[in-house]
Design a protein around this ligand. Sequence first.
Ligand SMILES: Cc1ncc(C[n+]2csc(CCOP(=O)(O)OP(=O)(O)O)c2C)c(N)n1
Length: 379
Amino acid sequence: MTDQASIDAGSVMRTLVEAGFGPFFGVPCSFLAPLVTWCEQNAPEAYVAANNEGEAVAMAAGSYLAGRRPVVLIQNSGLGNAVNPFTSLCHPMRIPLLLLVTWRGEPGRPDEPQHRLMGSITLPLLDLMEIDHQQISTETTAFREQVRRLSEDMWGSGLSRALVVPGGSIRPESAALPTSGLPPRRDVIAAVVRELPDDVVVVATTGKTARELEANHDRPANLYVVGSMGCASSIALGIAGERHDRAVVVLDGDGAALMRLEAMVSIGAHRPERFAHVLLDNGAYESTGGQRSNSSGVDFLAIAEACGYATARTTDDAAIAAGHTRDAVAGGGPHLIRVGIGIGSDPALGRPSKSPAAVAERLRGSLAARSMAVHAVDR
Ligand SMILES: Cc1ncc(C[n+]2csc(CCOP(=O)(O)OP(=O)(O)O)c2C)c(N)n1
């Protein structure tokens, strides 16, 4: 258990930059939100938004080769995406990166179930990767000394080093989220899901999409992908591949879709017919504090078409999105429906009440019940 002492984001960034570190490559975590927001507001050129954590490590490695002293900012769940470039790129090439990794699921602190296992293996995993680590100092002078020593050690050894960031270590700054005239995620989810038949499987991506679906429209054919960000559309494809009798809708986010863009290639290649890929695009990682994603420069419709989706449409209107989804589940897919949504959600939005295992088992039950009926008819 750690205490709640904290250091402000500006002190962290200024100390690192004064010690020669930068640029910063990352994928947000709410524990790191103050740092990313500080960069967006004060030094946008210093922060490079990666689409997944492995990419952040690889870009940082390139930046080191080009003469910089890069820093990687990620959530510990994203260590799973970063293991390969750390172990088979940075280690053999002796490319030393400074890693600021959060500690979701820290033993002894309450957190979500998807963070429990990674929380308990975060430090051993860093040990296995030969990345020496220490907890971030939350006192300004001690932090400066910590960075000075780390820096000496890293450049001497050629090995990466990590500062582990428990919840609350870096002080949040009040960051006003941008507003737009676009519909909130909650309204689009309501419009899309309300009219779907009960047997349509709905797979919701990590973060507030899954939380809003559970809080407002819980049903047995739903799956809440609470962790494994970016995997929702692949899970949906896996279900659709087995169950041609069931329509599948995936409620995706722009950040999640970009994290595993390869999923669209597979969806286009396998062409599930009753498949609606509803991409809720707010241009941000809203669930972790509204940091900018790379989606503003991305034409998801063109990507879908190039990957082999049967149709790709875009709208900023909840009712039109619902109509497109209704059409899509009838067949002729796969279909992409990109929906422009605003940033923002209900501040009182709760945490999931059901365990991930219970939700998965319930969906399996829903699929099994129907499959026995299908087999009975077959016989
Ligand atoms: C591998 C991994 N990296 C980072 C996170 C932290 N995280 C949870 S939700 C989220 C934002 C998702 O963004 P998007 O898909 O655009 O949906 P939005 O929150 O904007 O609705 C992030 C970065 C995570 N859960 N897993």
